[in-house]
Design a protein. Structure first.
Lengths: 194, 194, 194, 194
């Protein structure tokens, strides 16, 4: 069972999600700089979600790069991940239009919490499919980022009801954690060559 | 005639259909949890259609995996299948906005009935193109799921006019039937190797 | 210069054009069968444009299948073709909403006339790029369909101002001409093998 | 680390950006030729942005064609480029609806200035990843187009506040500069073969 179509399909869905999100940035009717001001929170929520989706695409790319085998359950785990990511444009638009109000901020975290869980399930199924002592297993290692992120989301969701901006900051922190280059997979690949 | 572009094009269309469906989940104007309540039926119809499209993508992936040859009529049978699937966002939005009312529920079933027939035609043409005793022919076998699904749709459509929720349950049943792992193609591939 | 990315990009654009066209089929607000009636012309124009785009995808697929080399001008000729095809959702929506009125029907033909010319340019550049006595040159042959179609469009455009339905019928005729299986390229491939 | 998925993902995003831009061309409600008149500036801004995106796709295609290695930072530099390109439909719609007024024209230039900078960063990272004396380094050479374009954008942005049409002309000039065939990469490839 080849992984090419899985990669192509996931790339397609993530590419469309990213581009569809931009449709929430509605073209204003005036022509002055002032007409852009109300768009600023929508723009900021777009930037944050763009970075998140970029991280997912990047990690997905790296994870599948060291995989050989793809099984039926992996296909469904992947569709499950894409389901939660497909809701990102909705929560991004909602959080942006309401200037990061309580409920939208909590729902934003919830969708990313579910996506993180779905990613973890996909990762476990892929590790199982590769057999013992696979490249992927060694590359994932202790996976502290994968464990810390859902914990931070789980904190951010209830916090959103009290101090939405604190919860927003937690989302930014999670993104920053992932933006720090992660050389695990590249390192394992180099080791495997030598 | 290579099958790669057929797969890539189908992946693209299905990926876009899935993502465009989410546009029916319109961002609400309020910021409270209550503003999400009217979206619940739209969300449920999105989930159901997402699962259906996932099943189609999965089956399409498996079916083409065991094919070698693709003919001119196969290209058109594939476009015919994608035509009916392209109407899914429309019927999903309609059924969701009208809380699974009679006519929308019947049309929902009709579009999936036509997609099931289109899939069957594509499958027959692919089997014919592979020549006698092909892997695909053995993998498809008696195809009880492929025969039961259109029968259930054909029942669900008239039933929708009387008890829309019964017809909706039938759509859920069809989805569940397909979600049960189907190891036919994977089994045939293993047998072919040994 | 590989042709893979050219194919992938064209597949992507055509897949999105087809799917975006369906957004013109706006979900009606009522739940009765009657609310679908005003959508019938929009639906019919969607079917016609879908068939046209299917023909373009199919022909594009066949044409590039027998090509080895792709040059810089070919990339631009392909973008030129995709430009005219990208206007199809616009003219399809316009012609559908106005029940095939005069001006929309003429513009519909104009966009397809320009697409046909763009396709012809792309074909000439591809033939030139393959060198003398290429498979593609032999496959294209006299290209009577490629010559008849623009002629029919050129007739249909002025006719649209007098009898829009005649011009619509001409568009249907062009589609039917192309739907008749065209075995030129498959035949040349078989000949080349023997 | 393969470059295929990077290419496929970029193709997907650019294909969707191009096609989504056309959604700003809203289907008019009347059926006469006159109803198209207000769409002319929107159409012209669409044509200009289409040409720009075509240039980006073309250059991206050529640049990656001579690359072997892709690194983690390259993936992010590519996402950064796609981020600015994803804002093109927004500025295209704004500039078109406001008939190339001052602020929208300046913002249009700003987005393309940022895209040009992002492209330059991506190019530098790719050159660094290929090692010394790579094909790409020789192909890029003095890169006068890559240096002139941001300079012209930097002039066009303040000019937009005084004479928007001058700044628009500068954008057209930049597009024309890139449309002139650039045989650097093709030449280097030929040299490398001999």
């Amino acid at each position: 069972m080849g992984k090419n179509r899985l990669e192509a399909f996931s790339d397609g869905v993530i590419a469309i999600i990213i581009t569809i999100m931009v449709l929430e940035l509605k073209v204003p009717h005036g022509e002055g700089l002032g007409t852009l001001v109300p768009l600023i929170p929508v723009f900021l929520s777009y930037v944050l979600s763009y970075v998140y989706l970029g991280i997912y695409w990047n990690n997905h790319h790296h994870m599948l790069h060291v995989c050989r085998k793809v099984t039926g359950p992996v296909l469904w785990a992947n569709l499950h991940l894409l389901f939660w990511l497909s809701l990102v444009p909705f929560v991004t638009g909602w959080v942006g239009e309401n200037h990061f109000a309580a409920v939208p901020s909590a729902l934003y975290g919830f969708v990313f919490l579910m996506a993180a869980i779905a990613y973890w399930i996909l990762q476990q199924l892929l590790i199982a499919a590769q057999g013992p002592d696979s490249l992927l297993k060694r590359a994932v290692g202790s996976d502290w980022k994968g464990k810390l992120s859902p914990a931070l989301y789980a904190v951010a969701i209830p916090v959103a009801f009290l101090w939405p901006w604190v919860s927003l900051s937690l989302y930014v922190v999670v993104a920053l954690i992932w933006l720090i280059p992660d050389r695990r997979i590249e390192k394992v690949l180099r080791d495997a060559e030598t």
